[in-house]
Write a protein that binds this ligand. Structure first.
Ligand code: SAH
Length: 224
């Protein structure tokens, strides 16, 4: 047993209980906890931060980006209602930790990253870890990934100022999107967006959060 990892999982449950008045979730489910236990966060952070890999904290992963706090990864994973036959879309690959956790619970994860060097590093990392059900693509996730749409769930791990309409289009009726929406470095809400079987979309806020901003390739030629 890895004591630091078990402490991280314990801290996730404590924070989940502490924030249940916001989220309505009092505990992270065993399947999600197992996915976290089996995904070594240490493999997704650089050497400088490896000693902090099991801290319940976000950590820098280079290029001004961060690996999310483990509690947030657990919460977002559970909010997506992952099922073994699901194909999920993630926007914001970053270190690929979130995608690797989710990939243990679903059939396939398609993950889009706007920073080419991060997409490349993550692609190498999942190959090294022999994870074969995560597809990483470099691009602007605002457009989603129409090739495999519609998705059984969409997770966005950078904070957008609005819900990108192409992502709503690419969500299957009856499915959910989990996305932080708000101001860059300002107030942000983690939203659960649900598309009804009739195709009607509604959303609710589950928690105030702090994510790095959602970038657009149109705003920065270096990202195109
Ligand atoms: N899920 C990541 C955390 C990512 S941080 C993990 O587990 O490590 C957010 C990531 O979103 C950053 O890598 C950032 O480059 C990326 N990003 C920001 N805007 C994007 C966009 N429009 N399309 C795709 N990725 C984007």
């Amino acid at each position: 047993m890895n004591a630091s990892l078990e402490r991280m999982l314990h801290e996730i449950q404590v924070e989940t209980a502490d924030s249940s008045a916001w989220t309505g979730i009092s505990a992270i489910e065993p399947a999600v906890i197992d996915a976290l236990r089996q995904t070594d966060r240490g493999a997704f952070v650089g050497d400088d931060y490896r000693h902090l890999a099991y801290a319940n904290r976000p950590l820098p992963v280079g290029f001004g980006q961060t690996i999310s706090q483990p509690f947030i990864v657990a919460l977002m994973t559970q909010l997506l209602l992952p099922r073994p036959d699901a194909t999920m879309l993630e926007i914001g690959t970053g270190s690929c930790y979130q995608a690797a956790v989710l990939a243990r619970l679903v059939k396939r994860v398609v993950s889009i990253e706007i920073i080419a060097a991060l997409a490349e590093r993550a692609t190498k990392q999942i190959a090294k870890l022999a994870i074969d059900n995560v597809d990483i693509h470099h691009g602007d996730g605002y457009r989603g990934w129409p090739e495999l749409a519609p998705y059984d769930g969409i997770i966005v791990t950078a904070c957008a100022t609005e819900i990108p309409p192409p992502l709503i289009e690419q969500l299957k009726p009856g499915a959910r999107m989990v996305i932080p929406v708000g101001a860059a470095y300002g107030p942000q809400d983690l939203l659960v967006v649900e598309k009804s079987l009739a195709g009607v979309t509604s959303s609710r806020s589950v928690l105030p959060v702090a994510f790095v901003p959602f970038k657009r390739s149109a705003d920065d030629p270096a990202l195109a």
